[in-house]
Design a protein around this ligand. Sequence first.
Ligand code: NAP
Length: 248
Amino acid sequence: MSEKQLEKDQIALVTGASRGIGKAIAKALSRTGRFVYLNYNSNREKAENTLKEIINHGGRAQLLQFNVSSRKESEKAIKQIIKQKGQIDILVNNAGIRDDMLMVWMKQENWQNVLDINLTGFFNVTRLTVKHMLPKRFGRIVNISSASGQTGQAGQVNYSASKAGLIGGATKALAREVAKRDITVNAVAPGFIETDMTDDLKVKEITKTIPAGRLGKPEEVAAAIVFLCSKDAGYITGQVIGINGGIV
Ligand code: NAP
């Protein structure tokens, strides 16, 4: 079977696909012919826009609302995919938030909420997904970490901890557990990317610190993920790919 046909038969789930980087990833995966489940939490209108754009370009996709920080909701969603399609080949753990402040001002809830969505969300969605990938002897998992998880960032103790956790445990440890079954687990660590998440930042100031002299585009993150999900990337696992214009 040709690689193109193989990709057409694949089922992908992208968490946080209503906007920003997740939207670009979902669109890029759908352009390769894969069926893409578009997860979102609360922004149904934006999620519907993503779906419309994919359908208008001849792609196949379906909305799947759930909160990744809820284990019950996440596992129900994975079961729904398995019931409808019988498999799940690609998982992109992209859903994430930030809630920045200096640690001395940080309350337990500011810490917990970021960890619950960014890191426990990975566990909630991935555990059952991997269980279904193992007997199929194929899988591609990509976790969206961050440059903040590599270097640490003042004002982001909670966010940096969650994103570093995605690299160490979520990516490197799991990669070792499943490598023999042709399941790869990698992380991408974006720098500053133009999305709602960076909307409130002082772009002029930040740009001065980026060797490339500009913020990145969601599509530039998506391109790396499409490659990591390909058959050709089967020997790349447990790695972290920086997409950051040179800041790390
Ligand atoms: P964004 O524009 O704020 O979008 C966040 C996405 O995550 C939305 O689709 C949102 O859904 C979803 N989401 C949030 N909480 C959720 C939950 N509890 N359950 C399910 N979905 C949830 O963010 P982005 O910039 O595209 O960021 C995407 C990922 O890249 C995040 O993990 C972020 O940490 C990481 N990242 C971003 C940058 C950057 O510069 N932008 C840099 C490094 C890493 P709703 O629309 O329904 O709220």
